[in-house]
Design a protein around this ligand. Structure first.
Ligand SMILES: Nc1ncnc2c1ncn2[C@@H]1O[C@H](COP(=O)(O)OS(=O)(=O)O)[C@@H](OP(=O)(O)O)[C@H]1O
Ligand SMILES: OC[C@H]1O[C@H](O[C@H]2O[C@H](CO)[C@@H](O)[C@H](O)[C@H]2O)[C@H](O)[C@@H](O)[C@@H]1O
Length: 284
């Protein structure tokens, strides 16, 4: 089970593991909120914000196409409808069947932001009824061995990446993709990036507390190291999870490309400048 936060490089890791053919087919199979049964909408990423500038942004009519109904209509199918199932147990069965490689290894990826919803939905099902939150993943996933925790050292760049993805709704770019939107309509917001950075830091800390409390020792992957040594990192994860690879681990070249570009760098610079001024007691 890959434990992640958004824009941590988790898809690159999942694709690398999937490409080995022996490490399951991890994807974001359970991205649904308990309340709505749907994946998060852009506005959900800003809930519990303590920053009035974020509240103003959420109400800004100029931002309706980003946060409003246009992006994710209220009648979009629920996640269970997408999977064509009516009970959580059925979803589990479908996911385990689809995400298991012939050697019996299963893989999935879960973000902290909806891990609580996953745990609560699972505990209402027969599989994990009465299980403590620590016991839930082991109760619903067969022979869970180790968690894999992916994080990014530079959470400012991660937050910039997320703020961009929330505006473009482009979550990946493959080598042969048309790059599409390159920044013409995108809006910088210190408040939004700062909120997302705080949440990312908070969610990483929450994963750590969860592992500590549950006596788990996750395999750790840092995005910047994964990018520097892709093959070596994938081989290490397979090895540390304990997946037998009698003929060695095959690592395919990634199809995905880095999405950040000069505009992302410009936003990182502007964010640091404003943050520096705010810490020195100045205005945003
Ligand atoms: N090949 C390659 N090399 C370097 N970086 C890469 C690569 N593939 C994906 N990425 C970067 O991973 C970031 C997306 O992270 P996630 O996959 O976790 O995002 S998601 O929340 O699941 O959509 C996102 O980071 P940013 O570049 O900062 O936007 C992607 O560009
Ligand atoms: O390719 C990157 C990821 O794309 C999907 O997830 C992302 O898009 C969702 C919106 O459709 C969003 O709710 C989610 O937070 C994003 O991570 C896909 O589901 C992931 O498997 C994939 O890693």
């Amino acid at each position: 089970m890959i434990c992640a936060t958004p824009r941590s490089g988790s898809t690159l890791l999942c694709e690398g593991l999937r490409g080995t053919g022996i490490a399951g087919r991890p994807e974001e199979h359970f991205q649904m909120l308990q309340e709505t049964g749907r994946p998060r909408r852009p506005g959900d990423y800003f809930q519990r914000s303590n920053d009035p500038d974020v509240w103003v942004l959420l109400d800004d009519p100029g931002f309706r196409d980003v946060f409003g109904e246009e992006r994710r209509p209220a009648n979009e199918p629920t996640w269970m409808e997408v999977w064509g199932v009516s009970r959580f147990e059925e979803l589990l069965d479908r996911v385990v069947a689809e995400a298991t490689t012939p050697n019996g290894v299963f893989g999935t990826k879960i973000m902290w932001a909806y891990f609580r919803d996953f745990v609560r939905l699972a505990r209402r099902s027969r599989r994990a009824h009465g299980a403590s939150p620590c016991e839930v993943p082991g109760a619903v996933f067969p022979n869970l061995r180790r968690y894999v925790w992916i994080r990014r050292r530079d959470t400012v760049r991660q937050a910039v990446s997320l703020w961009r993805a929330l505006q473009t709704w482009r979550w990946r770019q493959d080598a042969d993709d048309d790059p599409g939107e390159r920044g013409e309509r995108l809006r910088f917001s210190f408040a939004a990036i700062d909120h997302l950075r705080l949440r990312i830091d908070e969610h990483n800390a929450a994963w750590q507390r969860f592992f500590r409390r549950c006596g788990a020792d996750p395999v750790e992957v840092v995005y910047e190291d994964l990018v520097r040594d892709y093959e070596g990192t994938i081989v290490r994860v397979v090895d540390e999870v304990g997946i037998p690879a009698p003929e060695g681990v095959r690592v395919l070249r990634p199809r995905m490309k880095r999405q950040s570009d000069g505009l992302s760098e410009e936003w990182v610079r502007r964010y640091a400048e404003i943050r520096g001024a705010v810490s020195a007691g100045g205005e945003r």
